[in-house]
Ligand binder design. Structure first.
Ligand SMILES: *Cc1c(COP(=O)(O)O)cnc(C)c1O
Length: 411
C-alpha cells in the first residue's frame, strides 16, 4: 500500500490500454467519465481473456477439471470481494447483473414480502433512478409510501429533515453514499444510525463509493449495500448485493431456475443455500472473476491512498472549472468525491459535451440517471466531469484549456 503522495499515477495510468488510444484522428483521449464507467486495467482484461481462452466451463455442475477450476475461480472472486468490503462471510455476497439488479432483488424479495400498505420507504432527493424506480414499482403493488430527504442548493442533504422524516412507520431507508450527478459525499453513518434508532432497515447505494474510498460493511452498520463492477474497474454485466447473512437467510428466492435449487420435482422444489439461492441461471462467470481481479488491483494500490489522492484532485478540478468565466458549478458539496457537474451560461450541456469531445475530452452530458436532482437545480441536464485514480493534473489542464476554447469559439 502506498500513501497518497507516493502513488505513481503515471505507472497506474500505463496499465490502461484504452488511455493510449486517440480519438477524432490524432487527439489523445482525456477520459473524465469514470462515474459512467471506468476504463479497465490490463490485469482485469487479462483475467477475462484467460478465462475464455483456457478456462471456459460452467460452474457448480460438472466433475471435469475445467469446471472445478471455473468454480474455484468464481467462488474465490466472491471471497475476495467479501474481504474487500469486510463482509463477515462470503455467503453475504450475491452476484447480480448490476447495482440496479441488486436493488430490485431487495425490493422484490425482502421488501415485497415484508412491507405492507402504509409502510414508508425513505430515499434522498439525489438518488440514481436505480434507487427510486424499484420502490415506485413496489408502491404500485403494495401501497407503500415513498418519502424523500431533501437537499439544499449546495447539493447537501438536509439532516434535520432526515431526522423528522424517519418515524415508526419508516421500514427502510435507502440512500446513496456518493451522488453520481453532483459528487456529494453523504453523511451515511448518521443516516444509518438515525434509521436504526427508529428500527428501520437500511440500504446503501455504494456504487460510487467502492471505486473511491475504503468500505467496511461491518463498521458501516447498514443491512444491505449494492454496487456495480463496471464503475470500479471491473467488467460490465456484474454487480453485487451485500446483505447481512441473517437477513438474506430469511428472504425468499426472487428468480427461479438453475443454481438456486437444491432439488426439483413437479410437486415441490427446495432451494439452495446462500449465496446461490439468489443466483438463478448460469452466472456471469467471467464478470465475477474479472471483478475479483479489479478488487485485488484496487487493494494493491490501497483504498485510503486512492481516497486521499482523488479528494485532492477533484478539489482542483472544481476550483479550476469554477474559475472559468461563464462556467457555473451545479452544487458545491463538501466533502466532494470524484465528480463535478456544471453548466456553461448560454450553451446547452450537450453542445458543450460534443465540442469538448472534438478536443478529445470525454465528459458526460445529460441527466445522469438522476432526473430529480436535475429538477432540484431547475436544469434539464448538466455537463459532468468525473475522475478515477488514473487521472492527473494534466487531464484537468486539458479540460480547462478545451473548455475555454469551446466557450471562446461558441461566443
Ligand atoms: C451507475 C449507478 C447506479 C447503477 O449502476 P448500474 O451498473 O447501471 O446498475 C446506481 N447508483 C449510482 C450512484 C450509480 O452511479
Amino acid at each position: 500500500m502506498a500513501a497518497a503522495d507516493t502513488l505513481d499515477i503515471a505507472a497506474i495510468r500505463s496499465q490502461f490500454p484504452i488511455l493510449e488510444r486517440k480519438v477524432h484522428g490524432d487527439k489523445p483521449l482525456i477520459y473524465l467519465d469514470s462515474a459512467a464507467t471506468t476504463p479497465k486495467p490490463q490485469a482485469v482484461i487479462d483475467t477475462i481473456d484467460a478465462h475464455y481462452a483456457s478456462g471456459t466451463a460452467n460452474v457448480h455442475r460438472a466433475a471435469h477439471e475445467l469446471s472445478v477450476e471455473a468454480t474455484e475461480a468464481y467462488e474465490s472472486a466472491r471471497r475476495r470481494i467479501g474481504t474487500f468490503i469486510n463482509a463477515t462471510s462470503s455467503n453475504e455476497i450475491i452476484f447480480t447483473r448490476s447495482a440496479t439488479e441488486a436493488v430490485n432483488l431487495v425490493a422484490q424479495s425482502w421488501a415485497a414480502t415484508t412491507l405492507q400498505a402504509g409502510d414508508e420507504i425513505l430515499v434522498t432527493e439525489m438518488e440514481h433512478h436505480a434507487n427510486i424506480v424499484p420502490w415506485q414499482l413496489l408502491r404500485e403493488r403494495l401501497g407503500v409510501t415513498l418519502k424523500v430527504i431533501p437537499m439544499d442548493d449546495r447539493g447537501m442533504l438536509d439532516m434535520d429533515a432526515c431526522r423528522s422524516l424517519v418515524t415508526d412507520r419508516t421500514k427502510l431507508v435507502s440512500a446513496t453514499w456518493i451522488s453520481n450527478a453532483l459528487g456529494t459525499v453523504n453523511p451515511i453513518e448518521s443516516i444509518i444510525s438515525i434509521a436504526r434508532e427508529a428500527g428501520a432497515m437500511t440500504m446503501v447505494d455504494a456504487t460510487q463509493a467502492l471505486p473511491h474510498r475504503p468500505v467496511d460493511v461491518q463498521a458501516l452498520g447498514a443491512d444491505f449495500i449494492v454496487f456495480s463492477g463496471h464503475k470500479m474497474y471491473g467488467p460490465t454485466g456484474i454487480g453485487c448485493l451485500w446483505g447481512r447473512e441473517s437477513i438474506l437467510e430469511s428472504m425468499p428466492p426472487w428468480q427461479g431456475g438453475g443454481d438456486m435449487i437444491e432439488s426439483v420435482t413437479f410437486e415441490k422444489t427446495t432451494f439452495n443455500r446462500l449465496p446461490w439461492r439468489f443466483e438463478a441461471g448460469t452466472p456471469h462467470i467471467a464478470g465475477a472473476i474479472g471483478l475479483g481481479t479489479a478488487v485485488d488491483w484496487l487493494s494493491e494500490i490501497g483504498m485510503p491512498a486512492i481516497d486521499a489522492r482523488e479528494t485532492s484532485l477533484v478539489a482542483t478540478l472544481a476550483e479550476r472549472l469554477d474559475a472559468i468565466p461563464r462556467v457555473l458549478l451545479v452544487g458545491h458539496p463538501t466533502p466532494r468525491a470524484a465528480a463535478v457537474s456544471f453548466m456553461v451560461d448560454g450553451m446547452h450541456p450537450h453542445d458543450v459535451g460534443m465540442m469538448l469531445d472534438q478536443h478529445g475530452v470525454a465528459v458526460r452530458t445529460g441527466h445522469h440517471c438522476a432526473q430529480p436532482t436535475m429538477q432540484h437545480f431547475d436544469v434539464p441536464a448538466t455537463v459532468r466531469a468525473s475522475i478515477g485514480i488514473f487521472n492527473d493534473e494534466s487531464d484537468v489542464d486539458a479540460l480547462d484549456t478545451a473548455l475555454r476554447r469551446v466557450i471562446e469559439v461558441f461566443g
